[in-house]
Design a protein around this ligand. Structure first.
Ligand SMILES: Cc1cc2nc3c(=O)[nH]c(=O)nc-3n(C[C@H](O)[C@H](O)[C@H](O)COP(=O)(O)O)c2cc1C
Length: 319
């Protein structure tokens, strides 16, 4: 039986991120208050051919649940087959990627390119639904330009097929990450479609969530803002549930990050775990004034105890 999303308050999701949303990251986002986490996007064809890399992406622990597996493909038959496989693995939801703007993906007609091929996107959603899992979609506001009418029409079709919700990143595929996410467009879509819509884009602080969330939305999804900042979920959750939240300082984030790093090391081994987390260490230290030398230095370190020493010293300096 798949797990349900909250009925009494807005949803808070940890949006999928390739290269970040692994089993440890997902566990932390859940522990800090995300209602639903997603695997990074996984190729349906990769699942069918069970490549080593793909099999790794599918590993999860019960502590991450409810958990959604996100698949991408341009081929409805591949979706049908892959969806059947993931349904037998214990995922709670299946999310169809219609937002990825990366050339390698759109070249094949998958990801955000599906937005310019409604017939194919409908066939893919239909195939995903055959798995019996609750299905959701993640999309941008258009491929080349934001197309309110087309998105509404598409979402109505998805709703009629049985899709449970849509997460909308308020940019077009062409915009990549330029411009600001258009939350008024997301809200207008939410107002005019009979399906829960989760808004996504540019929530880096709880203040951003306060400004962007409105009751037309079923919830919000956070991606980049959660990197080395899992506390953003507890703060945002407190805001969405009680309209209040606690300020969190870098010292607390350092402690959380060290436990996260330790778990990544347990999963991958010391050297690989540290290398995997390097981007996240950089993100953690970005807000420390004059830290460019420290960041360059820490990038060379391959032992947990040394990273811990440096970060603990930093904590003392900040105190
Ligand atoms: C490094 C990175 C990897 C991403 N990978 C995925 C992915 O696998 N699937 C997906 O639907 N979106 C992916 N996204 C998009 C995010 O889920 C999200 O829609 C986007 O970053 C906007 O939200 P944000 O402003 O909170 O980061 C990725 C974004 C980033 C920055």
């Amino acid at each position: 039986m798949s797990l349900e999303l909250p009925k009494d308050r807005p949803w808070l999701f940890a949006a999928p991120m390739s290269g970040y949303s692994d089993t440890v990251f997902r566990k932390f986002t859940r522990n800090f208050g995300a209602d639903l986490t997603f695997t990074e996007m996984i190729s349906a064809e990769g699942i069918i051919y069970a490549t080593n890399k793909t099999t790794k992406y599918l590993e999860f622990n019960e502590s991450e649940k409810p958990l959604s597996v996100q698949l991408f493909t341009a081929d409805p038959r591949a979706m049908k087959e892959a969806a059947k496989i993931v349904a037998s693995m214990g995922f709670d939801f299946l999310d169809v990627n219609m937002g990825c703007p990366v050339r390698k993906v759109i070249k094949k007609g998958a990801g955000s390119k599906l937005l310019s091929n409604p017939q194919r996107s409908i066939a893919i959603v239909d195939a995903a639904l055959m798995s019996g899992l609750p299905v959701s979609v993640k999309l941008r506001t258009g491929f080349e330009y934001a197309d309110y009418e087309a998105i509404i029409t598409l979402l109505e079709k998805f709703r009629n097929l049985g899709v449970k919700f849509a997460t909308i990143h308020g940019r077009t595929a062409k915009q990549l990450f330029s411009h600001k996410a258009d939350w008024s467009l997301i809200t207008n879509i939410a107002k005019n479609v009979d399906m829960p819509v989760v808004g996504n884009g540019d929530i880096f602080t709880v203040q951003d969530a306060v400004e962007k969330f409105n009751p037309n939305l079923a919830g919000i999804a956070i991606a980049r803002g959660a990197i080395a900042n899992f506390e953003l979920f507890s703060q945002t959750n407190d805001f969405l549930s009680n309209k209040e939240y606690r300020e969190i300082n870098l010292s607390e984030r350092i402690d959380t990050f060290l436990s996260f790093l330790m778990e990544e090391i347990e999963l991958r081994g010391e050297k690989k775990g540290i290398i995997y987390c390097r981007k996240q260490i950089m993100k953690l230290l970005k807000c420390v004034p004059d830290s460019s030398k420290l960041r360059a230095y820490i990038c060379q370190i391959e032992s947990y105890s040394n990273i811990r020493k440096i970060l603990k010293n930093l904590k003392k300096k900040l105190a």
